[in-house]
Structure formats: structure tokens, C-alpha cells
Design a protein around this ligand. Structure first.
Ligand code: TRP
Length: 335
């Protein structure tokens, strides 16, 4: 990149979520809220990773629906499609094209040692897509010259491969890709399962009582919190020994803005029942406007697709530029 191009250029951020379930309050606090905060200071690319989803078996109609659900939820949570680049991965074919090139620079062992691959190939039937998944993820990142990638702990190993591939390509063919860094969000907003508070809340938990989905009604939210597993004993105190109560306190902290100290004071003499009721009411109020906005967007599919089509066009402009450079450097003929 020359210095003229560099002037006023914001650092690039890319992140994505695989549409393999309904988004949860954990996605809001752990990812989407942070993304929203970054929108104005960075050049952001946020995608719905439908191509990653098919590494495990998907029912076509359900995948189609969930992909659009996820896009609508991104916007409902505050992603502004005018400020950020919001798109569906499969709408930018350059990701797959770069994946092929990068595949030819990746050793079998580099993919084979990925812990997520080992876990998933044991749980689901294995396939080459599941094996090559981190190369697709590297392409997602490198094709936009992303500098920073907000990811959870589970994706760090994949990001390391992206960095290695960027450096390898740059070393062999001259500077082509930005080398991405992980962007670790501030801690404290990690939401745990309501049923097994030592486990992260997950969109694919078999027990739906364990998870607060962003589409849950007020009654569902309140009931799930009422049934949440708490710890033995009494007292509303934030401590490692009381993971159930700590998790509910985190939910209350996020939804009400009150500090842990304020919460402890407020419930000094209260029992678990009263506390849970307050948490349920607070979380329901907090998610209400997001859910309303979501249904409004989701009920106008034509408009939603129009937004995604514009998003894909914008993203493609950057993606095509990178791919063109790559093709030229590796010796493909341009016409
Ligand atoms: N693999 C990520 C997940 O399952 C989603 C994802 C796909 C992603 N491509 C990405 C995240 C690129 C960050 C950057 O959660």
C-alpha cells in the first residue's frame, strides 16, 4: 500500500457469526455490542457465515431462514448497514476463490491439528469442508485486508493460521495481505448457561431452558430465569463459588447498568426468588426493543434482502481488488 492510500484510512475489522442457531443474549454482550461500538472508528465488515454453516448437515429451508434471521438480528442489535459492510458470505464468491489459492499453501497438518476440527469431526460425520474450514476463515479475513478480528477464545487457533498464511504469501510473493491481529473484547460480559453455569451459553444447547434467545418473549425470558440453576445457600454475592448467582448478577448488571456492588446492596436481605424476579423483569425490558426492531425488519424480507444486496456489492468491491492482486502474483493470466 502506498502512503497516499494510507491517508485517513481507518483500520479494517472483520468478524462473522455462523447461522447455526438463533442468536442468544451471549452473542449480544460478547460480540454484537462490541461490534456496534467499533463501527464509527473502524472500517467494519460483518458477515453471516453461511458457507461455514454447511460444514455440518443443514436443512436447506432452515439454513435460508436462519441466515436472514441472523442478518435482521445484527441490524436490530445496532449494526448500521450504511456505516458497516453487512453481508452474507456466499454473496461474495471471492471468499471461495481465495480459499482455493490459500489451500495450496496450507499443509495438511496445519488443518488437522485444529481442536475445533477434532471435536466437530468426532461429533458430526467428517468431511473435507470441515477440515478446510480454517482456510475459508482465513480467506474471509485476508480478502478484506483486515487488521483486527474480534473473536472468542475458540477461534484464536484459526486466526493464527490466517496470520501464518498471510505472512507466507507475503514472503513468497511480496506484500499482499495485511496480517490480522486478534481483537479481544473487554471481559466481564461472558454469559453462562442458565442450567449449567460452568458452561458457556450456547445457541445450540439441547436444553432450551439453558439459553436466552434474542427472540424470546418476555414470558419465556422470565420463566427461564425463574428456573435457572442457583447455588446452595443464600445471599446474592458475586463469587466464583456461586457461578449460578454470578451469572444472574451479570445478566442484571448488563440489563440494568447497575454495578455488582449496587446489586449486592439492593438484594442484601432478599432471597433467590425475589432476586430472580428482578433479573427476569430487567432482562425482559432490556431485550424488548431489540426484539421489536428484529420482527419489524424480519417481516419485510424484500427490504432486508435489498440491504444485504447493497452490502454484498460494497464488500465485493474490496474483495475483488485483493483477489485480482493475488491472481496476478501467482501467475494466472488476466485478459
Ligand atoms: N468461525 C466463526 C464461528 O464459528 C465464524 C467466522 C467465520 C468468523 N469466518 C470468520 C469469525 C472470520 C471471525 C472472522 O464463530
Amino acid at each position: 500500500m502506498n502512503s497516499i492510500e494510507n491517508i485517513d484510512k481507518k483500520p479494517v475489522i472483520l468478524s462473522g457469526i455462523t447461522p447455526s442457531g438463533i442468536l442468544t443474549i451471549g452473542h449480544l454482550t460478547g460480540a454484537l455490542h462490541n461490534w456496534v461500538k467499533l463501527q464509527n472508528s473502524y472500517d467494519c465488515y460483518f458477515m453471516i457465515a453461511d458457507q461455514h454453516a454447511i460444514t455440518v448437515k443443514q436443512e436447506p429451508a432452515a439454513l435460508r431462514k436462519r441466515t436472514l434471521d441472523t442478518a435482521a438480528m445484527f441490524i436490530a442489535c445496532g449494526i448500521d448497514p450504511e456505516t458497516s459492510n453487512l453481508f452474507i458470505q456466499s454473496h461474495v464468491p471471492e471468499h471461495s476463490q481465495l480459499t482455493w489459492v490459500l489451500s495450496c499453501f496450507t499443509g495438511m497438518g496445519e488443518c488437522g491439528r485444529m481442536t475445533q476440527y477434532k471435536d466437530k469431526s468426532e461429533k458430526h460425520s467428517e468431511n473435507v469442508g470441515l477440515f478446510a474450514y480454517p482456510i475459508l476463515m482465513a480467506s474471509d479475513i485476508l480478502i478484506y485486508q483486515a487488521n483486527l478480528v474480534p473473536v472468542g477464545e475458540d477461534q484464536k487457533q484459526h486466526l493464527e493460521l490466517s496470520r501464518n498464511l498471510a505472512n507466507r504469501f507475503n514472503f513468497n510473493y511480496s506484500e499482499t495481505f495485511a496480517v490480522p491481529e486478534p481483537f479481544i473484547a473487554e471481559i466481564g460480559a461472558r454469559i453462562m448457561s442458565l442450567q449449567e453455569p460452568n458452561k458457556k451459553m450456547s445457541k445450540s444447547d439441547e436444553n432450551s431452558n439453558a439459553t436466552i434467545f434474542l427472540t424470546d418473549s418476555d414470558t419465556e425470558i422470565k420463566n427461564k430465569i425463574k428456573r435457572a440453576v442457583t447455588d446452595s445457600g443464600t445471599g446474592i454475592k458475586f463469587s466464583d463459588e456461586k457461578p449460578g448467582i454470578a451469572n444472574l448478577m451479570t445478566l442484571y448488571n448488563i440489563s440494568s447498568g447497575k454495578s455488582f456492588k449496587e446489586i449486592e446492596e439492593e438484594f442484601e436481605n432478599a432471597g433467590y426468588g425475589d432476586f430472580k424476579k428482578a433479573v427476569g423483569d430487567s432482562v425482559a425490558n432490556y431485550l424488548n426493543p431489540i426484539r421489536d426492531k428484529y420482527f419489524e425488519l424480519r417481516n419485510n424480507e424484500l427490504k432486508l434482502k435489498e440491504i444485504l444486496s447493497l452490502g454484498a456489492d460494497k464488500a465485493r468491491k474490496t474483495a475483488m481488488k485483493t483477489l485480482r492482486k493475488v491472481y496476478k502474483k501467482i501467475g494466472f493470466v488476466s485478459l
